[in-house]
Design a binder for this molecule. Structure first.
Ligand code: ADP
Ligand code: PHD
Length: 422
């Protein structure tokens, strides 16, 4: 059995959904579990609905949601004819789940509502795709992943309960594959013990595909993208970026850690544990080989470049000229952990500690407030963190040209440069 993951970009129009059918035609008679994300930027749109609802702007929330409904209903009209009524009813049921909630007053935490609203994106898109494929005689069964993927109730960052998930997947998916070759489900979402919807963190559909592959002992996972494969940089940052045909799990986990937004960082572990190859392929130019990620280390890799923009450098300086070490540093790290801040780069000096992090305004303010009891705190915004793996002097010079370097760290393999535009 294979696992395919289709992300938002691959289903953001009727033409793209037709293209998905063409891809599947090439895999006739193979058993494939298909994991689908929300269409295009739908998750962002659903986030806006939640924000409006939570800030008490019920009318705005309903208006924004109405637009989302119309988008899906319009797409459905193009995609489904014979089964249009049944498909519309399925969509209406998902709409109603959200609308009931939007008519209430928010009394629980924000993240709870976020997950109840945002999960609709994947449920709607996968339903449309499933009906469309069935009409095209690409027969498939649709299943609600919330009946399979059990998580705790850490809304927005839910943690998978592997034993329960394994049992449910084995109980429910294997019989489905006796009836059909294709099973369609959703990425990114799950449900808690109390049957509340949960989400696994933004861009988490790749991770869902890996979880299914691990439990079902899949022969491979393929993630279909709007790029050739995994490239040595985001082609939007570096127009000359090149495809890397082979990568190791380790390299990809490092790339994701440094911020490469091509594969979700949690995807690799479930695959590495069972030695399952991960293919990244273009859904546009299917004849291209793409990238295959396995346990093998390729001999030669080009410099791999990752940009993280919108960075803040916080400088924590001891108030009385004492060394920055021991208890005050522990306290600072506890503060960061409480506020759920992940430093992207840290550096120590005698009486100062430098920490570079994503600029999330409310989090930065909180750290500055809480740490100001122990340290003098300064911050500089609008910085870019550049990481180059397998760097060469030529690449460093080219990419830092006309920039002011604020901080730099180098190991044998990796250089990180925090910089500002001059
Ligand atoms: N190293 C990289 N190689 C290829 N694409 C990359 C890389 N880093 C970032 N990207 C970006 O990832 C995008 C595809 O991922 P994404 O938008 O998450 O797709 P989807 O939502 O359809 O899964 C590409 O359009 C590209 O801009
Ligand atoms: N729809 C979710 C989950 C996801 O993984 O999407 P995509 O596969 O389009 O990155 C998100 O946008 O975060």
């Amino acid at each position: 059995m294979k696992v395919f993951k289709f992300g938002g970009a691959s289903i953001n129009s009727f033409e793209r959904i037709q293209n998905l059918a063409t891809i599947l035609e090439e895999y006739k008679n193979e058993k494939i579990l298909i994991v689908i994300s929300a269409m295009g930027k739908m998750t962002n749109a659903l986030e806006k609905v939640t924000e409006a609802f939570y800030s008490g702007k019920k009318a705005d929330a309903l208006r924004l949601f109405e637009k989302i409904k119309q988008n899906h209903l319009t797409l459905l009209k193009y995609a489904v004819t014979q089964q249009w009524e049944a498909a519309t009813n399925d969509l209406l049921n998902f709409f109603t789940e959200v609308e009931w909630l939007l008519h209430d007053k928010p009394v629980k935490e924000y993240n709870y509502y976020y997950d109840q609203v945002v999960c609709a994106g994947e449920l709607l898109s996968s339903t449309i795709v499933s009906y469309f494929l069935n009409e095209e005689k690409i027969l498939n069964k649709w299943i609600d992943v919330r009946d399979l993927l059990r998580t705790d109730n850490t809304f927005r960052e839910a943690v998978i309960d592997w034993p329960v998930t394994r049992q449910k997947i084995e109980e429910k998916i294997l019989p489905l594959f006796r009836e059909t070759d294709l099973v369609i489900t959703q990425g990114f979402i799950g449900s808690s013990n109390e049957n509340e919807s949960t989400t696994l963190g933004r861009e988490g559909s790749d991770y869902t595909a890996a979880v299914f592959a691990n439990i079902l002992n899949a022969e491979s996972v393929t993630i279909w993208k709007d790029v050739e494969g995994v490239m040595n940089a985001d082609p939007k940052d570096l127009p000359g970026a090149v495809n890397i045909p082979e990568l190791s799990y380790k390299e990809v986990i490092e790339m994701a850690y440094y911020g490469a937004q091509v594969i979700h960082p949690k995807t690799i572990k479930p695959l590495q544990n069972k030695n399952i190859p991960l293919h990244v392929k273009s859904f546009i130019e299917r004849q291209l080989p793409g990238t295959v990620i396995t346990g093998k280390n390729p001999h030669h890799l080009p410099p791999i470049i990752v940009y993280k923009r919108n960075q803040v450098l916080m400088t924590f300086e001891s108030k009385d000229f004492s060394f920055v070490e021991g208890k005050p540093v522990n306290t600072l790290y506890e503060i960061l952990e409480d506020i759920k801040i992940k430093p992207n780069l840290t550096q120590n000096a005698a009486i100062s500690l430098y920490i570079c992090m994503d600029d999330v305004a409310e989090k930065i303010e909180k750290v500055a407030m809480e740490a100001s009891g122990i340290f003098d705190v300064q911050l500089e915004k609008n910085l870019t963190l550049l990481t180059i793996r397998h760097y060469t002097a030529e690449f460093i010079n080219k990419l830092t040209e006309n920039k002011t370097i604020v901080l730099q760290q180098k190991t044998a393999n990796t250089i990180q440069v925090l910089m500002r535009e001059i």
